[in-house]
Design a protein around this ligand. Structure first.
Ligand SMILES: NC(=O)c1ccc[n+]([C@@H]2O[C@H](COP(=O)([O-])OP(=O)(O)OC[C@H]3O[C@@H](n4cnc5c(N)ncnc54)[C@H](OP(=O)(O)O)[C@@H]3O)[C@@H](O)[C@H]2O)c1
Length: 163
């Protein structure tokens, strides 16, 4: 079983990679920093490989999946740090950055992988608890991947087995 974890060089992604590799999966972890990729692969052991790719670069992500080949499961844990605060202090730039750094890489990574996903494969989007509840410090624009479940169901029905 081959699992690709985009954003798998630290935090939740790295922990998931360690668990999956420990269970016998072949794991491929990615992140922007080549140093962190190298350190993660070293930590994960023989069943791991890694590549430094920015998930916001759609062309590079397509090339990555073409190199990897068949993927059984794809986990996307790319994080997009952004400012928190009330609506009054929101700027257009902050809003665009929040979407650009999280929503865009999550969606376009999934799209880039469609042609190599195994028929019974899965795509997991790691979002945040704030997607389902209201936290004062985490207003709606921070939740750029909020409320994904209905959207995922819609994508699944539109892409069928190809996505
Ligand atoms: N930590 C929490 O308590 C928590 C709770 C709920 C939800 N979440 C969500 O879970 C996800 C992961 O959180 P985390 O705390 O585990 O984050 P993290 O430790 O900061 O890890 C983020 C990973 O994504 C990579 N990454 C970030 N931007 C990228 C990009 N543009 N292209 C490719 N890789 C990129 C990072 O590597 P590079 O920086 O080298 O690219 C790193 O491997 C996030 O979406 C977060 O919102 C976290």
């Amino acid at each position: 079983m081959r699992v690709v974890i985009v954003g798998g060089t630290s935090g939740i992604g790295l922990a998931a990679a360690a668990r999956l590799a420990g269970d016998g999966a072949e794991v491929v972890v990615t992140g922007r920093s080549a140093e962190r990729v190298e350190a993660a692969v070293k930590q994960l052991g023989d069943r791991a490989a890694g590549e430094a790719v920015d998930a916001r670069d759609t062309g590079a992500m397509r090339e990555l999946f073409a190199r990897i080949g068949r993927v059984d499961h794809l986990v996307i844990t790319v994080t997009g740090r952004g400012p928190a605060g009330p609506l009054r202090s929101l700027t257009a730039q902050a809003l665009v950055e929040a979407v650009r750094n999280k929503l865009v890489p999550h969606l376009l990574t999934a799209q880039a992988a469609l042609d190599v996903m195994a028929p019974e494969g899965s795509i997991t989007f790691v979002t945040a608890a704030s997607a389902g509840s209201a936290f004062p410090a985490c207003p709606p624009w921070r939740r750029s991947t909020a409320r994904w479940s209905p959207r995922c169901r819609a994508w699944r029905s539109s892409w069928g087995r190809s996505g």
